[in-house]
Design a protein around this ligand. Structure first.
Ligand code: 6PG
Length: 231
């Protein structure tokens, strides 16, 4: 299931999404005393991060993480962690906790096991998940071209995180699995540009999730993925 909202500009979209997400986080804090959110990297969310960082909620009770991370140095231009630190963990949101996916030099079995345990114990299920989508229909680092896609999309997978080696994109990745991401209370797909609209239409008009992993979210019977699109 999914619901599409079109905006006339990226700025309108960013304001609306920042507002909705802030309200959801504030509500979770009111109900449980804490809130969690996973955001995506890439070029789309910068403006959203900046607005969100200024929202007036109790960020000290919020844990922020990434839906996926590239296994690169934290000071690399390609680091999603760096993007979040420079754009979201600022202003009011500077006091939020950050759940680091990139730990150490190598993504080894022990690191994955530790992260899986920590994610299950302290982070999941997420209150808010904001996904992006690549032009090949990948989301998080669930890449159609990767050997790990079967495991990544397996709804019975009990591992929250997996290592992914995409064949058509740079860097080894760590990604939350589909099984763990669909436990999120609120799922958003943030898309900008005509190309993404074309890819979205293709995703909505077919059903092979291994060809376009985003379909697993858009067409899941009990998940309501809220799509926010602007030109
Ligand atoms: C990543 C992602 C990825 C991203 C899409 C869209 O680290 O690459 O989290 O899933 O959201 O590829 O990227 P753009 O916003 O750059 O188009």
């Amino acid at each position: 299931m999914n619901q599409l909202t079109d905006f006339s500009s990226r700025d309108d979209l960013d304001h609306a999404l920042a507002n909705t997400v802030s309200n959801l986080l504030a509500e979770a804090i009111k109900q449980k005393g804490k809130a969690s959110i996973a955001v995506s990297g890439g070029s789309t969310p910068k403006g959203l991060f900046s607005l969100l960082s200024k929202s007036d909620i109790d960020w000290s009770k919020v844990t922020i993480t990434l839906a996926d991370e590239r296994w690169v140095a934290l000071d690399s231009q390609d680091s999603n962690t760096r993007l979040v630190h420079e754009n979201l963990l600022q202003n009011n949101a500077a006091v939020a906790k950050f759940f680091h996916l990139k730990q150490g030099e190598k993504l080894c079995t022990d690191t994955l096991a530790d992260l899986n345990l920590a994610a299950k114990n302290s982070l999941l299920p997420l209150d808010v998940l904001i996904l992006g989508m690549g032009e090949d229909g990948h989301t998080a680092s669930l890449f159609p071209c990767s050997e790990q896609i079967t495991q990544g999309l397996d709804e019975t997978n009990t591992n929250a995180l997996l290592s992914v080696e995409p064949k058509t994109a740079p860097h080894q990745r760590i990604s939350f699995s589909f099984a763990s991401l669909i436990t999120s209370e609120n799922v958003f797909l943030h898309l900008c540009g005509e190309n993404k609209q074309t890819v979205l239409n293709k995703a909505l008009n077919g059903d092979d999730k291994f060809e376009m992993p985003i379909r697993a979210f858009l067409q899941h019977p009990s998940l309501n993925t809220q799509i926010y699109w602007a030109p």
